[in-house]
Design a protein. Structure first.
Length: 185
């Protein structure tokens, strides 16, 4: 299904910011281990690019921009986005993705995947679906925490970032780190 490109442009000065002081208070500790940190997502934060997106989970902030340009040589570098883009509709073209991490307070890969997905949605590039992503860490006491900040993941022994395209039923990223014990069932 083709997408519709929005001409909406939002200056970076108008993006909602999480108050860094508030993030250091007890409010963070009160959130459930299965909920995400406060978030802000925007499409079209830059008007000149083919597509742009901004994602903020807690104090982790990422910008993504997409550029579509002519290219004469073939490119074999496929990313997780190649699973959703109709690449045969863009022969001889290269889609450049620029990701800028403004701040990293945990879960930066998941936040970057979200920002790139927003940029793709804004770009007008035909695609089959949008990617959902989440980061989960395993604490040393055996508890899991969804979307942990750096301070919340201090005692983590490992974790996973998972990306999934719901309408395709397809996993596009599984990034494991640490030592996660296997439990026999």
């Amino acid at each position: 299904m083709p997408t519709i490109r929005s001409n909406l442009s939002i200056p970076l000065t108008h993006l909602n910011r999480i108050d860094d002081v508030r993030m250091e208070t007890d409010d963070v500790e009160k959130r459930s281990e299965t909920t995400f940190r406060p978030l802000c997502v925007k499409c079209g934060v830059f008007g000149a690019q083919d597509g742009s997106g901004y994602a903020e989970f807690g104090n982790t902030r990422v910008l993504a921009q997409m550029y579509e340009k002519e290219h004469l040589t073939s490119v074999n570098n496929l990313s997780s986005l190649s699973a959703v883009i109709f690449v045969n509709k863009y022969p001889g073209k290269v889609i450049d993705i620029e990701v800028t991490v403004l701040s990293d307070d945990g879960g930066v890969l998941s936040t970057a995947i979200t920002a790139v997905t927003l940029a793709l949605a804004h770009s007008g590039i035909e695609h089959m679906g949008l990617t959902a992503s989440a980061h989960v860490a395993l604490k040393s006491n055996g508890d899991y925490i969804t979307d942990p900040s750096t301070s919340e993941a201090e005692d983590a022994i490992g974790g996973v970032t998972f990306a999934f395209v719901p309408n395709l039923g397809q996993t596009t990223c599984v990034n494991l780190y640490g030592r996660i014990p296997l439990k026999a069932t």
